[in-house]
Design a protein around this ligand. Structure first.
Ligand SMILES: *Cc1c(COP(=O)(O)O)cnc(C)c1O
Length: 351
């Protein structure tokens, strides 16, 4: 049986066009600075493209999203700086380096969120107390089934933070998925955000890399801090060239991933023992609940893998995650539903 791997959109492979672009990319020493930019022409073009699309003054290429978030927070504040994060955010739950005492040593102020949304009065109470350096947001919200935060919600948040003179950072690993779902210009989602990180890998298919965007001064600080953390790049045009294609050509096609996720979600909802909140089915990530009492996610994941050649990702004891991405076809989506159905009917029979 052919393997269908729906664990993550980090499994995407670069397109042929991307690989060809790498071969002919103009390169230079990106770590050698000239007026706030490196000397690799392709990296400069990528940074200009990202800044233009997100309507920010400037941008800087970094090797990963995690690194981009860390270097952004480090550039907004210093060791001990208090950073508001959602309890289920990627920065807080998955990255950790920002809050590790031996690494950046920032102090997390963890607020409970619902589908990635802060409670406004709780957020304001925390801001009013003072001594908050940065507030973090995430869009789409990875661990909440890839839901999108709207332009109006972002405006309310950024207005509130401005009122208390507190910096804002957006983990926009999948910002373009949000923009496609909401049918808005991506720049409208980051209008008043001080800094934003977007991934070129994942749904956009570049093999490596993310971009941080913000004001000229901020990006200059990020450049200095990127070097301090060992993230300075050399002939990075080879990986920036696919990134340019990612931004210019791969954003609109995210709709296909969203469509296939919807197909899978609707299929899952008719399978006994599994369920999914269809209101959260917006982009390319599905959070699936295991409603069957008899099994855990570990058991389901292992049976799907060994017997049905279908890989999915564990969220918790009773939740799994399914992702669609470039390379997962309509056919794969239908086949995945059929394998999930067979697997669950086998489990239901055993009970
Ligand atoms: C993937 C991801 C990141 C980190 O990106 P990497 O390139 O994997 O380090 C950050 N935030 C969210 C929400 C993500 O999904």
């Amino acid at each position: 049986m052919r393997l269908i791997d729906l664990r993550s959109d980090t499994l995407t492979l670069p397109t042929k066009e991307m690989l060809q672009a790498s071969l002919i990319a103009k390169m230079g020493d990106d770590g050698r600075e000239r007026e706030g930019k490196g000397e690799d022409e392709t990296v400069i073009e990528l940074e200009k493209t990202a800044a233009r699309i997100l309507n920010k003054d400037d941008a800087i290429f970094v090797h990963s999203g995690t690194f981009g978030n860390m270097v952004s927070l480090m550039s907004h504040t210093t060791r001990g700086g208090r950073v508001i994060v959602g309890h289920n955010s990627h920065i807080y739950k998955s990255e950790k380096g920002s809050f590790d005492q031996n690494i950046l040593g920032l102090e997390p102020v963890v607020l409970q969120t619902v589908l990635g949304r802060y409670n406004l009065s709780e957020l304001e109470a925390e801001l009013r107390r003072g001594n908050v350096a940065v507030v973090c947001f995430e869009n789409t919200v990875n661990f909440e089934g890839g839901v999108a935060i709207t332009v109006e919600e972002m405006e309310i948040y950024t207005d509130l933070c401005k009122k208390y003179n507190v910096k804002t950072h957006l983990d926009g690993a999948r910002l373009f998925n949000s923009a496609r779902h909401l049918k808005v210009n991506p720049s409208s989602l980051v209008k008043d955000i001080d800094s934003v990180m977007v991934c070129l890998s994942k749904g956009l298919c570049a093999p490596i890399g993310s971009v941080v965007c913000g004001s000229k001064d901020f990006i200059y600080t990020v450049r200095k801090n990127r070097k301090l953390l060992g993230g300075q790049l050399r002939q990075a045009g080879i990986i920036a060239a696919p990134g340019i294609i990612a931004l210019n050509k791969m954003i609109d096609r995210l709709d296909e991933d969203h469509y296939r996720a919807k197909i899978i979600a609707e299929g899952i909802n008719s399978i006994t023992g599994l369920s999914i909140d269809l209101n959260t089915v917006q982009t390319n990530i599905l959070r699936v609940d295991i409603t069957s009492d008899s099994i855990t996610s570990d058991y389901l994941i292992s049976l799907l893998d060994t017997k049905f050649s279908l890989k999915v990702h564990k969220i918790s004891e009773k939740e799994i995650r399914i992702c669609t991405y470039h390379g997962i076809t309509d056919e794969d989506a239908k086949e995945a539903i059929s394998r999930l159905r067979s697997c669950m009917s086998e489990i239901n029979k055993e009970v």
